[in-house]
Design a binder for this molecule. Structure first.
Ligand code: ADP
Ligand code: ZN
Ligand code: ZN
Length: 740
């Protein structure tokens, strides 16, 4: 009978991932040993026994079988955080493909290096008065080092560890004792260097809920004690979803458990975080993608010690190694950034549900425009939807008007600003109220097209449109290719070339032309490139330093500007025509969010949507903020065309330097998959991807539609195996996207 061998990892941190060891699974344990379980194993020389985690099982010994030791025991029902995170990684590997190592790296905490821990600072842990008393005591007893140390602490508030040891000559021994006695505290400097931590925030305490909010809050608490399904707070912009989150968090903290709040990276602003800090103070900590590995591991250390019970961060914060997780909140649930672009291409929303299930925690999603997927799940009864219909405090939804830009042109107005919008802007300037102009250019970025033949100028390496820059050059945003601005069309030779050049700069210039006295701020990828650019612009606009804020989608994401009474949406329909089955959904979400920025303070708001397709259901529904109306139209379309969530869609993307070889390989893969499928499976392609060439690599895509979710996952696994063992796929890279 064939033996079974287990790959066991002993020390579960990223640093040691490549050090797994093989053990024999004894006959009597074969039923219990699965990947993810904790086992006891002989380790190292002598009779040492260690605990380890089983990664994978196989039947091939990697070394002389004689030298492979057996597993001693399976530790069942282990619930330590390491084994849970390991199981989350294994699930990710099963669900999204890519290598196990990638999955482990994504999920497991970084190992703390000794050197990084040295960057600590010391500060007083007792009130200053008590510090002075102690100083007197030290003086009486003539403790020289302690006297110097306490004097400096009282003066400087905090001292670096190097300074304390070298200059003040404090010994590690007496420092340790002072920490133990609760006189001083050490903390990692990396954490405190965080800019948000240094800004003091006034404590306001917990919000008192409105009756609508209270109903939702109570309803969720009830669900938690019953089926504990994931909950969705579907609340219009300004309805106070945040306040409901806060009360839910409080409830979970009260039970001695911890909270992860996921928000899109772009919404991780000072303003947003301080709302939570004013409620929970230093119990709130943040994680972000700019943090170094060291900073991250310092944070994890703090969290493990229970110094903070709430983590706010982007999708990766889901992997915070809390030992007693009680609640995961996913704000702005519809955001695309919850999908990882790197392998494994996991979806933090699905992973949140999985982690919560495993750890007996709760999941709450929040959105004004939930993804069609989640809404569909609610309809199916897998999730529970709670609705907040009203804006808090009686604020009313903005009045929305739609401007047909085709009519504007007919009437001789060639400006990017239609007449309605111009009038409204003028009125705001007169009344000293603020306006936001949102330039919808998702998928488009100030591209250059020919007005005679319609051709768009593209990058010769990437097949994406080039973007015009103010330095007179055209740039590729994927590979960085640059060329001088074209003066005539490369296709037909026409000199009428410029086309859609309305970047935020152009809009700003147009406003200046019409309203020379207006103070305008601009926010886009260019003006926010350096670290604080984004925060600076937001703060400046919040404090009334400008009348009009012009920007791309980043201005409509979750910021509260009470002074804004007008929102203008330019080119509302541009994103409707991106080649993506979710184009309408994305456009709807953006428009609703944009419109929702107006009238969040005491004054009521208005919005003007400029479009070339005023009759499209997406524009119509967005104008009246009617999610249900949009959902009905959209889900019908998805059902008709077998798109998610009505069906499953797997995209297999292949890329490689040789186009012919790539296409041939993709065709072979298709033939193989056709044999794996059933009558209900549909396979399309291979076809050039949206970006058919990137950095001189060709990109082809195969689409598979299949109603059975389990079967489509199997097909992905089979495709992976097929590619792995066939030499025809060498020098090609493949990735898999399910339902995005
Ligand atoms: P949403 O996130 O749903 O768009 P917010 O949570 O930003 O809405 O709330 C909108 C505004 O209403 C905020 O200024 C918020 O402070 C205020 N607000 C909402 N609920 C309450 C409450 N229960 N108590 C006090 N202020 C509230
Ligand atoms: Zn042309
Ligand atoms: Zn390029």
């Amino acid at each position: 009978m064939a033996e079974i061998y287990a790959d066991v990892i002993v020390d579960i941190t990223q640093a040691s991932l490549n050090k797994s060891y093989q053990y024999l699974v004894p006959q009597e344990l074969q039923e219990k040993v699965r990947s993810g379980v904790t086992v006891r194993i002989p380790f190292g020389g002598g009779s040492r026994v260690a605990e380890g985690y089983v990664l994978t099982l196989g039947d091939r010994p990697k070394i002389d079988p004689e030298r492979i030791k057996p597993i001693l025991e399976v530790l069942e029902d282990r619930t330590d955080i390491e084994s849970r995170l390991l199981n989350l990684a294994l699930w990710m590997h099963r669900t999204y493909g890519s290598s196990l190592n990638n999955a482990l790296k994504t999920v497991l905490p970084v190992r703390v290096k000794e050197r990084q821990q040295m960057s600590t600072v010391f500060c007083l842990a007792v009130p200053e008065e008590k510090g002075r008393e102690l100083l007197e005591l030290y003086r009486k007893r003539n403790y020289k080092a302690k006297i110097r140390f306490m004097e400096m602490l009282l003066e400087k508030k905090e001292l670096s560890s190097v300074y304390v040891h070298k200059n003040l000559k404090m010994t590690g021994e007496s420092l340790k004792r002072m920490i133990k006695e609760g006189i001083v505290r050490e903390r990692s400097e990396a954490y405190w260097r965080n800019p948000w931590e240094e800004t003091p925030v006034e404590r306001t305490g917990l919000p008192v809920l409105s009756s609508e909010q209270e109903t939702v809050y109570q309803g969720i608490l009830r669900e938690w004690t019953e089926a504990n399904r994931p909950c969705l707070i579907h609340g219009v912009t300004g309805s106070g979803k945040t306040q409901v989150y806060m009360r839910l968090m409080e409830e979970v903290l009260r039970q001695g458990k911890q909270v992860i709040l996921l928000i899109p990276e772009i919404a991780l602003s000072w303003q947003n975080v301080s709302r939570f800090r004013s409620c929970f103070g230093d119990n709130v900590t943040i994680l972000n993608s700019k943090m170094s590995k060291g900073e991250r591991s310092d944070q994890f250390e703090r969290l493990k010690r229970g110094e903070a019970g709430i983590v706010i961060g982007p999708r990766s914060a889901l992997f915070t190694p809390f030992t007693n997780l009680g609640l995961i909140i996913v704000d702005e649930e519809q955001e695309n950034s919850y999908r990882s672009e790197n392998a494994p291409r996991y979806d933090a929303r699905e992973a949140a549900i999985y982690r919560a299930e495993m750890e007996n925690a709760h999941v709450v999603f929040g959105s004004a425009t939930p993804s069609l997927d989640l809404y569909y799940r609610c309809e199916q009864g897998e999730c529970v939807r709670f609705v907040l219909k009203e804006r808090y405090g009686g604020a009313v939804m903005p009045k929305v008007r739609i401007t047909d830009m085709r009519e504007e042109l007919k009437n001789g107005n060639r400006s990017i600003l239609g007449r309605e919008l111009q009038e409204e802007l003028a009125a705001r300037l007169e009344r000293k109220e603020q306006s936001i102009l949102f330039l919808n250019r998702r998928g488009y970025s100030g591209f250059i097209s020919c007005r005679s033949c319609g051709e768009v100028i593209k990058c010769p390496h990437c097949d994406v449109s080039l973007t015009y820059h103010s330095n007179g050059r055209m740039v590729c945003h994927y590979c960085g290719y640059q060329t001088a601005e074209a003066t005539k069309c490369p296709t037909c030779g026409s000199p009428y070339i410029s086309g859609f050049r309305a970047g935020t700069e152009k809009v700003t210039a147009e406003i200046k032309r019409i309203f020379p006295e207006a103070r305008v701020l601009r926010m886009d990828a260019d003006t926010t490139r350096n670290k604080d650019g984004y925060e600076k612009i937001l703060k400046a606009f919040s404090s009334g330093e400008a009348d009009i804020l012009v920007g791309t989608q980043m201005i409509v994401k979750g910021h509260d500007f009470p002074g804004v009474t007008l929102v203008g949406v330019l080119a509302a329909d541009l994103s409707l025509f991106v080649s993506d089955y979710r184009a309408a959904e994305r456009t709807f979400q953006l428009l609703v969010q944009a419109v929702g920025r107006a009238g969040r303070g005491d004054l009521s708001g208005e919005a003007v949507i400029q479009t070339y397709h005023p009759d499209h259901y997406c524009i119509q529904a967005a104008a009246v903020q009617d999610y249900e109306a949009f959902y009905e139209e959209e889900i019908t379309a998805r059902e008709m065309l077998d798109y998610p969530p009505a069906s499953n869609l797997l995209a297999i993307r292949g890329s490689g330097p040789d186009e012919q070889k790539l296409v041939f390989a993709m065709e072979q893969l298709k033939l193989y998959l056709v044999r794996c499928g059933t009558d209900s499976t549909r396979i399309m392609g291979p076809a050039p991807d949206v970006i058919s060439k990137l950095k001189d690599n060709y990109q082809e895509v195969l689409y598979i539609k299949e109603t059975d979710g389990r079967r489509i996952r199997q097909m992905r696994q089979r495709a992976e195996k097929f590619i792995e063992i066939n030499s025809g796929f060498r020098q090609m890279y493949f990735s898999y996207d399910l339902n995005i």
